[in-house]
Design a protein around this ligand. Structure first.
Ligand code: ZN
Length: 59
């Protein structure tokens, strides 16, 4: 069983390698069929989510 190569997971936002990446849903109108998914590490995912919530909540 030498075919199972683990390719490193790299955050699409900061470029940092991470064991776990989250798929980022950019906005509600995001078309996953026409754009490649963005993968983010926990830190970038949290920051993006917080920024999105902050935009819609405070302004
Ligand atoms: Zn990141």
């Amino acid at each position: 069983m030498t075919q199972s190569q683990k390719k490193p997971l790299v955050c699409d936002t900061c470029g940092k390698e991470s064991e776990h990446l989250r798929r980022d849903v950019v906005d509600e109108g995001y078309n996953a069929l026409s754009k490649p998914p963005m993968w983010n590490c926990d830190a970038c995912y949290d920051e993006k989510r917080r920024r999105r919530q902050g935009q819609s909540a405070s302004q």
